[in-house]
Design a protein around this ligand. Structure first.
Ligand code: HEC
Ligand code: HEC
Ligand code: HEC
Ligand code: HEC
Ligand code: HEC
Ligand code: HEC
Ligand code: HEC
Ligand code: HEC
Ligand code: HEC
Ligand code: HEC
Length: 451
């Protein structure tokens, strides 16, 4: 059989040249699709816009805010159903009260989102970049007058100033005498024989005091009066400072003898204001006179007579009043001119009794920075407070300087094998003292709205 020969011409003849002009189900579909797809897309887009905003691309939310990933609109407030990429401070302030920095002094206040960079993964939002601080602190200006703080701080490694209290003229406001050197020497006489004192016998973190080894057996602690009052502490970090020094918990165990005034009484004077001490003495001697008929003729024990304070021999008392006056006067001199004076600055005035200078031992020194002893517990105390073992005066300032911090904290932190030297590592920005409580606004299902 001969093969049928197909020429191109023959083949071409078989084609229907009107094909594309004839109606066909597929072609009408194509028409419909080209119209419908964009319409559907627009409707879908609009619908999503009305409900959630996942349709926009963005980085993941920070760890603390991840729970709002279904409710972009808690921050991106929608206007007329339209997503707005810009986030206003008022959105953040619905859930946070973060009082602004130096509100009376700044020339302007940056937006929340310019420091707390959202959508950068699980980064801690509060670790802000240094540029968020140096935009002002590299050349500080205030709205009124010249700055009271160092004006040019553009980084930590090189430009950060020495801490103010360690600059010339810095002072220790504390007025309780303490000789660190004397207390840290070996074989110090303790209550039950010689001891070697350690920093932690007197200084422990607030909230971790446990039992103080040299506390008084029974003595109500006097309320401490400290220069850096607790109002200066942000509650969350206050544990990381040292607990205040109290006579009752840190000194009495060894120094109760300095409050003893007369061997005839087991009890020592109360550790309190001179008026309270005086009232205590009057009561004790009055009770003693009533229960000891021979009191008038008892001789005065020689150790009760503070040398140089009296014209000797002491006059012989003739009645209860003269006896009381003499006994109380002897006790007063022994306490106020010796016992109390061991530790206190006693202020003599025209009044019959001296006053005790306010103790003013700072609970916190560096009020313009945060510090955490707990984060540095790996170090010995003298690694930072290196002058302590040789210090003999309360007035010595024993705090470490900025150079010591720089041996570990550096600007690029972990990237140069160091602890972070970011401004936000050590400083607060917000004025937390002014923080107001926030009233919750959401029910649980409202945070789980559809995407
Ligand atoms: C906790 C608050 C918060 C939430 C919740 C939030 N964002 Fe943002 N978003 C921001 C901030 C702040 C910016 C920076 C805006 C500015 O500079 O005003 C931002 C910026 C954006 C931008 C602009 C581009 C960019 O990355 O800078 C997009 C897009 C965006 N967000 C999408 C979303 C989406 C989608 C969601 C929900 C999954 C969402 N956001 C949830 C705070 C938030
Ligand atoms: C719907 C409530 C809500 C909104 C709106 C909101 N936050 Fe938060 N934020 C939270 C919650 C809850 C936490 C976690 C608990 C906490 O630390 O207080 C948090 C934590 C934080 C933290 C500390 C955690 C960290 O990673 O350092 C910062 C900083 C913060 N938010 C800043 C902002 C900023 C800036 C905005 C506005 C862009 C904002 N927040 C908007 C609820 C909200
Ligand atoms: C908008 C400008 C501005 C920004 C941004 C700014 N500051 Fe300040 N800062 C000031 C002003 C103004 C003062 C007060 C100066 C004065 O009273 O002399 C001040 C004071 C301070 C002080 C000393 C007083 C105090 O409050 O303890 C510290 C510390 C401080 N800022 C740290 C920071 C840190 C850390 C940042 C970044 C997170 C920052 N500042 C961001 C303007 C700013
Ligand atoms: C372990 C016992 C012990 C404890 C606890 C103790 N001291 Fe002393 N302190 C001594 C001894 C011992 C002396 C030597 C002088 C003496 O015998 O009175 C002394 C001396 C002093 C002196 C005179 C220092 C000098 O320059 O000679 C002062 C002031 C003083 N102590 C204050 C305190 C204060 C304040 C506390 C509590 C924070 C305290 N001490 C806790 C044992 C102690
Ligand atoms: C061993 C040292 C020591 C002796 C001795 C001592 N005190 Fe104190 N005193 C302290 C310390 C430490 C404080 C600060 C913390 C506190 O309140 O316990 C203090 C605080 C005080 C305060 C509160 C001062 C303020 O800040 O307003 C008064 C008042 C006081 N003492 C009175 C006395 C009197 C009176 C005596 C003598 C009878 C005396 N003290 C003996 C160590 C001593
Ligand atoms: C390792 C901790 C640390 C780092 C990091 C740090 N500071 Fe400080 N800064 C301090 C301490 C501590 C003080 C002393 C505070 C005081 O005297 O109350 C201080 C003091 C200051 C003061 C007050 C200066 C004055 O005149 O007394 C300012 C302003 C300041 N720092 C800004 C900054 C800025 C901006 C950065 C970032 C470039 C920064 N700090 C980084 C610890 C740090
Ligand atoms: C990394 C250095 C560092 C180490 C380690 C360190 N300190 Fe401090 N210490 C500081 C700084 C900085 C301050 C100032 C903090 C403030 O009051 O603002 C301070 C303050 C103090 C104060 C004054 C009261 C207070 O809490 O501010 C005492 C007391 C003290 N330290 C004792 C100790 C003892 C005890 C140890 C050992 C257990 C120790 N420190 C370890 C750096 C250090
Ligand atoms: C007997 C109790 C006692 C012992 C032990 C003791 N301290 Fe103190 N420390 C005090 C008292 C009281 C003050 C407050 C008076 C003053 O400023 O000196 C003080 C103050 C300080 C301060 C405050 C800053 C300053 O300049 O005054 C530092 C830091 C400090 N001590 C570190 C140490 C270290 C480190 C050790 C251990 C090596 C230590 N102390 C051992 C009682 C003690
Ligand atoms: C031995 C090295 C070392 C020295 C010296 C040192 N630090 Fe630190 N510091 C650290 C480490 C490690 C951390 C914890 C790292 C972290 O969490 O980022 C830290 C954390 C901190 C923090 C944050 C604490 C917190 O829990 O929020 C502050 C503030 C700080 N240091 C201040 C100081 C100051 C001020 C000095 C100087 C007086 C200083 N450091 C000296 C190693 C050091
Ligand atoms: C100039 C930079 C800057 C600006 C602007 C800023 N913050 Fe902060 N914020 C910080 C720094 C630094 C911290 C960490 C230190 C502190 O607690 O002050 C912080 C801490 C916070 C925290 C607490 C985090 C924690 O540890 O619990 C919240 C919440 C917060 N900021 C919210 C806001 C809000 C809301 C705004 C806007 C009204 C805002 N911030 C504006 C720098 C800034």
């Amino acid at each position: 059989m001969l093969r049928r020969i197909r020429t191109t011409k023959k083949l071409a003849k078989r084609m229907d040249l009107q094909y594309f002009t004839q109606p066909h189900p597929f072609r009408s579909w194509r028409l419909w699709l080209s119209v419908l797809v964009p319409v559907v897309a627009v409707v879908w887009f609009a619908a999503l816009r009305a409900h959630g905003q996942k349709v926009y691309s963005s980085g993941p939310l920070s760890k603390s805010h991840a729970v709002f990933a279904k409710r972009c609109d808690v921050c991106h407030v929608t206007t007329l159903g339209f997503f707005r990429a810009k986030v206003s401070d008022s959105a953040c302030l619905k859930c946070h009260d973060a009082p602004a920095h130096q509100i009376d002094r700044v020339a302007f206040t940056p937006a929340c989102g310019s420091c707390h960079l959202e959508h950068k993964g699980s980064l801690r939002l509060a670790s802000t970049a240094d540029s968020s601080c140096t935009q002002c602190h590299a050349d500080l200006h205030t709205r009124t007058g010249s700055p009271q703080y160092v004006r040019e701080i553009s980084d930590f490694d090189n430009e950060h100033p020495e801490f103010a209290v360690l600059r010339p003229g810095g002072k220790d406001p504390g007025q309780v005498k303490l000789n660190h050197y004397a207390h840290l020497r070996p074989n110090l006489p303790g209550p039950d024989g010689p001891v070697q004192m350690d920093c932690q016998d007197c200084h422990r973190l607030t909230g971790m005091e446990g039992n103080w080894p040299y506390a008084a057996q029974t003595m109500p602690p006097l309320k401490p009066v400290t220069a850096g009052a607790s109002a200066d502490m942000r509650p969350s970090r206050s544990r990381d400072y040292m607990s205040p020094i109290l006579y009752a918990t840190q000194c009495a165990g060894c120094h109760v003898k300095d409050l003893q005034f007369d061997k005839r009484f087991e009890q020592s004077a109360p550790h309190d204001k001179p008026e309270v001490v005086q009232a205590f003495l009057l009561q004790k001697y009055s009770e003693y006179f009533a229960s000891h008929p021979g009191a008038l003729s008892e001789p005065v024990a020689p150790e009760r007579i503070l040398p140089g304070k009296f014209k000797l021999p002491l006059p012989v008392p003739h009645n209860r009043q003269e006896w009381m006056d003499q006994q109380v006067m002897l006790a007063d001199r022994l306490l106020f001119d010796k016992g109390c004076k061991l530790c206190h600055v006693m202020i003599e005035t025209n009044a019959p009794l001296p006053t005790v200078a306010p103790s003013s031992i700072p609970a916190r020194w560096l009020l313009h920075a945060d510090f955490s002893h707990n984060s540095h517990r790996l170090l010995t105390c003298v690694a930072c407070h290196n002058r302590t073992p040789e210090s003999r005066e309360t007035a010595d300032i024993l705090l470490p300087g900025v150079a010591s911090c720089r041996s570990c904290h550096q600007e690029r932190g972990p990237k140069q094998d160091a602890a972070s030297g970011n401004c936000s590592e050590c400083h607060s920005y917000h004025d937390w003292k002014r923080e107001q409580p926030i009233k919750g606004k959401y029910l649980i299902p409202q945070l789980q709205a559809a995407r």
